[in-house]
Design a protein around this ligand. Structure first.
Ligand code: ZN
Length: 273
């Protein structure tokens, strides 16, 4: 196949957790006196000419405010700031179905959504009979996704493959049964959108287990898979690390910390662990 031009890739921060968070709400082995950086909550968009692929749809405003996070704007509002009309988006990839990744589905009324088969089986199957697993999901999200299925707007991916030229997906599981990561060809090289297979740079470096998971063994293996797929840490994009907002340049002046250009190298070296 003829090589096409690379993708532009942007991380968009819809929600911010001000300040710090307890390590016990980050790592399973977080010590009581240990503090971690608060989270940024991203979704991502890939753009190549007229092609647009949205990756996840962020937290809903109601969920964000309920847990005391800072609301930066809805996906449609933030996409408009880089000239993308959410109503015209036709393809949305969902990395997994936790509430901070599948809110705002209604903002993409003309999209077909793609999710790993394993994630829907988890969402609507025996996994959800366990309170620990169910706690990571939301009833209204599950119902919305099943609604999309019955509207013929939900499609399934199964394992690893190529979604579009220059956009490969891999099923890593672990954090969620159907946790998916994406490898995107950009002008600086292939960038790994790790979503919640790696929330934080430090999580992948230390392999400390995140406190929410579906399969511990797969989650730990997933840290190594993500590091292998990224190659170098400058190509690894964690799903919730505030460093992404700090290190990557804005898509346009005035969008600092809000819409980051992932096709540019990070502005400064990653801090040592
Ligand atoms: Zn998340």
């Amino acid at each position: 196949m003829q090589q096409q031009s690379p993708w532009n890739a942007y991380a968009i921060c819809t929600v911010t957790q001000p300040g710090d968070r307890p390590a016990s709400l980050t790592y399973l082995d977080g010590r009581p006196d240990e503090i971690c950086s608060g989270f940024d909550y991203f979704f991502w968009v890939l753009v190549r000419g007229d092609e647009v692929i949205v990756v996840d749809t962020g937290f809903s405003e109601a969920d964000c405010r309920r847990i005391g996070r800072q609301w930066n704007g809805s996906p449609a509002e933030l996409l408009a700031r880089i000239g993308i009309d959410a109503a015209k988006v036709t393809q949305v990839l969902l990395t997994h179905a936790h509430p901070d990744h599948v809110g705002n589905l209604h903002e993409f009324p003309n999209a077909t959504f793609w999710i790993q088969q394993a994630e829907m089986e988890s969402l609507a199957g025996e996994d959800m009979s366990h309170a620990f697993f169910r706690h990571a999901y939301a009833r209204e999200d599950a119902l919305a996704l099943i609604g999309l299925l019955y509207d013929d707007r939900l499609r399934f991916l199964d394992g690893d493959g190529t979604f579009a030229e220059g956009v490969d997906y891999a099923l890593v599981g672990g954090h969620a049964r159907g946790q998916m990561v994406l490898r995107v060809a950009t002008r600086r090289g292939p960038v790994l959108l790790a979503s919640d297979a790696v929330h934080l740079y430090e999580e992948a470096r230390s392999e400390r287990p995140f406190f929410v998971f579906q399969n511990m063994e797969e989650m730990l293996a997933g840290y190594r898979t993500c590091r292998r797929l990224a190659g170098e840490e400058r190509f690894l994009i964690p799903g919730h690390d505030k460093l992404v907002s700090r290190l990557y340049p804005p898509a346009r002046p005035g969008l600092e910390g809000l819409i980051m250009d992932l096709a540019e190298d990070p502005a400064e070296p990653q801090p040592a662990s």
